[in-house]
Write a protein that binds this ligand. Structure first.
Ligand code: FEO
Length: 169
């Protein structure tokens, strides 16, 4: 059985994962309209992954005697300035998600809820990977700058990474 505080922290996290999924879906859709099909595939897959993160939390809360709250979501942006901007935003967003995961872990410890603490370790590891991936992508984009040929290859690269993202999820 989870305490009210743990339940609230997990429900906040459910909202963050849902919001992440929406945000990346908006990025994917925008990239598709710009002709970046590889970037779009990667972001569609990433959006699905965030939905999976949300579902895992929903099921856990309900299994542990709490009630998962399916949240209302703010509409994400429709337009993004550039591919570079998209991935900067993605990294900033993941850093905030990591802070929020750490907050859940802190609540678990203060409530002496070691079961939820254990469950949350999967998210802690996942955030290390997600931040590292986002940083790698940002570094690549820094090197490419405004080189059109480089962006074309980058788009193809992300197409193949989209496949491995799916596998990882
Ligand atoms: Fe579910 Fe990308 O954090």
């Amino acid at each position: 059985m989870i305490s009210g505080k743990v339940e609230n922290a997990l429900n906040d996290q459910i909202k963050k994962e849902a919001q992440s999924s929406q945000f990346y879906l908006a990025m994917a859709s925008w990239a598709e309209t710009q002709g970046y099909n590889g970037v779009a595939s990667f972001l569609y897959a990433h959006s699905d992954e965030e939905r999976m993160h949300m579902l895992k939390l929903i099921k856990f809360v309900n299994e542990r005697g709490g009630k998962a709250v399916i949240p209302a979501l703010e509409a994400p942006p429709i337009e993004f300035n550039s591919i570079t901007y998209v991935f900067e935003e993605l990294l900033n967003h993941e850093v905030k998600v990591t802070e929020s995961i750490n907050n859940v872990v802190e609540v678990c410890l203060s409530e002496k809820d070691y079961t939820t603490h254990n469950f949350m370790q999967w998210y802690v590891s996942e955030q290390i990977e997600e931040e590292a991936l986002a940083r790698t992508i940002n570094d690549k984009l820094d090197m490419i700058g405004s080189d059109k040929g480089g962006l074309y290859l980058f788009d193809r690269d992300l197409e193949s990474m989209a496949g491995s993202e799916n596998g990882a999820a």
